[in-house]
Design a protein around this ligand. Structure first.
Ligand SMILES: Nc1nc2c(ncn2[C@@H]2O[C@H](COP(=O)(O)OP(=O)(O)O)[C@@H](O)[C@H]2O)c(=O)[nH]1
Ligand SMILES: [Mg+2]
Length: 284
């Protein structure tokens, strides 16, 4: 089993020398076989050059966009790369590249996937979780966005909708690409809304969600936040219009299509043996 650590990176030269050794040490401590996939999205600093320096001491693929294309397109390219390079039984863990998220949580994420979950999210809202260094207005924004997402897209087992630090079963991502194709992440220009879009589309596919408690060290962040609230908000509104459980205009279409396609897709996608329940989903 290989763990792909997917890092979207935009102007993260200061974080890379701290984050990559942290990942290496956590993977060694957990005895994991791993591969880092860093997608440099047209950074104007030394992000790619600094990552390359680590290529001699750890397994790392560096994908490059020559111009900045945004988080949605970056994540889509990174996921496609992991699905192409991986195989059934592998796990894709997507983390921020700003060094605010600790790679030591990978062990708990993997354990939860092995307990039967398809997607496991690191959550500030589980007992033992939390955050430091997040400013008041960002906390308020995040709280409001969280409430909006929970009301419009209730997903069993999921409380922290906006945290991108998550583990995905390889088979689940493969199925999403097979079914949705280029529509898995549709609006690549709408800020960070792709983080919500992935869980909404995976929920429609029938993925089982779980969470592990996570403490976010936002005070350790070395780069300025790239969260652009306007495009992200537009993205959230558009997603609600199309996919909300209550009134989404494309929801019924995709439900029907998934029903038609799933048989054919699951024949192509070899599912590994796994327990029938996802422990966290049962509890939440
Ligand atoms: N590839 C790419 N990555 C981005 C872009 N904007 C942000 N990121 C990355 O997405 C992650 C989240 O951004 P970050 O600034 O940490 O957001 P915050 O933690 O929510 O304030 C980081 O790893 C960034 O480097 C972008 O335009 N392209
Ligand atoms: Mg971050």
């Amino acid at each position: 089993m290989t763990i792909f650590i997917l890092l979207p990176a935009y102007n993260e030269e200061d974080s890379i020398p701290a984050l990559l050794p942290r990942i290496r040490d956590s993977m060694r401590d957990g005895g994991f076989s791993y591969r880092i996939v860093l997608v440099d999205d047209g950074s104007m600093d030394e992000t790619a050059a600094r990552a390359e320096r680590f290529a001699r001491e750890m397994p790392i693929d560096i994908l490059r966009h020559s111009i900045n294309r945004g988080l949605g397109e970056t994540i889509r390219d990174g996921i496609e790369h992991c699905v192409r390079s991986g195989s059934p039984g592998d796990i894709v863990v997507r983390m921020d590249c700003d060094d605010s998220q600790d790679p030591s949580y990978v062990a708990a994420l993997v354990e939860k996937i092995e307990s039967g979950c398809d997607v496991v999210v690191t959550s500030r809202y589980q007992p033992g979780g939390g955050q430091s260094g997040v400013e008041g207005h960002r906390k308020l924004l995040s709280w409001g966005a969280g409430l909006y997402m929970k009301l419009l897209f209730p997903i069993r087992g999921l409380r922290d909708y906006s945290c991108g630090y998550r583990a995905y079963r390889w088979e689940t991502l493969k199925k999403a690409i097979d079914v949705y194709g280029n529509r898995f992440i549709e609006r690549k220009d709408l800020g960070f809304s792709c983080t919500l879009e992935k869980v909404v589309k995976l929920d429609l596919l029938g993925a089982r969600f779980g969470e592990v408690a996570h403490f976010l060290h936002y005070d350790r962040k070395k780069s300025a936040s790239k969260m652009a609230s306007m495009p992200t908000t537009w993205g959230y509104l558009l997603l609600a219009l199309k996919y909300s459980k209550w009134f989404g205009v494309r929801r019924r279409f995709w439900k029907r299509r998934i029903g038609e396609l799933t048989g054919a897709v699951s024949e192509q996608t070899t599912q590994t043996e796994r327990p029938a329940t996802c422990a966290a989903s049962q509890a939440a």
